[in-house]
Ligand binder design. Sequence first.
Ligand code: BGC
Length: 560
Amino acid sequence: MPGGGVVITGTTEVSRVEAPVTAKAYFICAFAAFGGIFFGYDTGWMSGVLAMPYFIRQYTGLPYPDPNDKAAVTAFHLPASDQSLTTSILSCGTFFGALIAGDLADQMGRRTTIIAGCGVFTVGCILETASTGLGVMVAGRLIAGLGVGFISAIVILYMSEIAPKKVRGAVVAGYQFCITIGILLANCVVYATQKRDDTGSYRIPIAVQFLWAIILAVGLLLLPESPRYFVKKGKLEKAAKSLASVRGQAIDSDYIQDELAEIIANHEYEMQVIPQTSWLGSWANCFRGSIFKGSSNSRRTTVGILMQMMQQLTGINFIFYFGTVFFTSLGTISNPFLISLITTLVNVCSTPISFWTVERFGRRKILIIGGSGMVIMPYIVGIIGVTAGRESQHNKAAVSAMIAFICFNISFFAATWGPCAWVVIGEIFPLPIRSRGVGISTSSNWFWNCIISVITPYLVGTGKGDANLGAKVFFLWGSLCCLSLAFAYFFVPETKGLTLEQVDKMMEETNARHSASWVPHSTFAQEMGLTNKGVSISAPTEDIKAAVIQHEMKRDNEQH
Ligand code: BGC
C-alpha cells in the first residue's frame, strides 16, 4: 500500500465504526481460543499425577504397599508440603507470567508474546518431562507456569482486540470452552496412564502438552497481529493491513478506513488523557484517577482485579481440585473418578450455552443470573450435607441429590461467571493501559486460584488444627457468591454490542447500573475533527496531535 498518499477521514455515523466481517475473519478470531487448552490442561493433570503409584514410589522411594496393609496404603503418598509446592508453584509462575506479558505485549506485540509464551512453556515442559526428582519438576512447573501466564493473559487481549463487536463475547467465551476441554483431556490422559508401571505414567500426560504449544505457535504465525497494537505503536499502514485481514475486507475500502480512523482517534484521545511517561509511570497509569469515578483507570483496574477474584471465590475450583476427595468422604460413592469425570463433562457441556447468552442478554445480566444460581445451589448442597446427607446416615439418595446440585452449580458457573470474567477484562480497559490491565487482572485470577488451592485442604481437612467443615464449606461458597452478585450489580458495566472504543466512551458517560441503556451517539473521529480534516496514515502523529488540541480547545470553550 502506498502509505504517503493515503488520508483517512473517519465517519460521523456510529453504525459504521466497524467493518462487516467475513467467515474467514470469524475463523481467525476463533482459532486464538485454542490458548485456553493450555490453561485447562495444565491445571488438570497435576492432581492425577500426584496420586499415581509409580510417581509416588519414584519420588518418595517408598515400596508399593500391600493392599491389605491399611497403614502402609495410607502412608503411601507424597508429603503434603511437596504436593502443595508442586501444585501452587504453577500459580506462582502464571501470576508473574501474566504480569510480565502485559508489558511485553506492548513492546513486541500480542501475537509475538503469545508465541514467546509457547516457547517458555515448552522449556518448562521439557524439564517436567525429564524430571525424576522434585527439584527439576518444581523448576519445570515454575517455567511452564510463566508460559501459561503469558498465554492466558494475552490470548484474551488478542481476541478482544480482533473480534468483531457483535460476537466478541461469544469468541472470548470460546476461550473458556477450550479451558474446560483442556481440563477434560487432562483427566482422560491421566486416567489412561495412571496404572502404568514406568515413567510413561507421568511423562505421557506431561509430554502431550508439547502438541498444544506447537499448534498454537504455528497457527498464530499464520495469523495477523492485532491492528490496535499497531495503532498504539503508530504503525498505521501495518494497522490498516492487519485490520483488513481480520475483517476480510479490502484495505482501501471505506469500511476499513472508517474503523481504523475510529481506533486511531480514540487512542490519541486517550493518550492525551493518560500522559505517557517512564516505564514505571506507565504502570502507575493503571492506578491513576479516583476510584470513585466510573471511568478512571484505577476504577477499571480494580474492577478487573475484583472480577477475577470474585470468579475464583465462587469456589468452582474446590469442586475441580478437591472434588474426588470430597465425594469419597461422603461415604456412599464407589467410583469417585467417575463422579469427577461427570462434573468435568457438565462443565464442558454447559459452557457453549454462554456463546449465545453473553450476546443475547449481555454480560451484566448473565453475571447476575449466574451469581444468584451460585448462591442458591451451594446452600442447598450444604443444607442436605448437614442433614440427610451426613456420612453417618449412609443415605445414597441424599448424596446423589448433593451431586446433582453441585452439577447445577457447575452449569451456572460454566454458562456465566466462567466465560464472562474473561470477556469483561478484555473490554473495560482503554488502549494505552489495556495490555497491562488485562495482565494484572489475569494475575489476580491466578493469585486467588492459588489461595483457594492452598487453604481449602485445611478448611475440609479432618486432621489436628483443620477446620473440618465437610459439606458446610458450601455455605462459605454460597455466601461468597452473594459478594460476587453485589459486585456484578454495582460495578460491572454492560459492554455487549459496543466496539472497544464505544465501551470507553460509555464508561465515561454513565455508570455500571445504567450502562445497559447507553447508546453510542457520536464517533471519536468526529469529536477529534478527523471527519473534516483527515489524517495521513504515513504521518499520523502530528496530524492527530493538531486535531486533539483543536478538540481540547473546543471542549474548553464549551465549558466556559
Ligand atoms: C477459571 C479456572 C477454572 C475454570 C473451570 C476458569 O474460567 O479461571 O480457575 O478452573 O474456569 O472451567
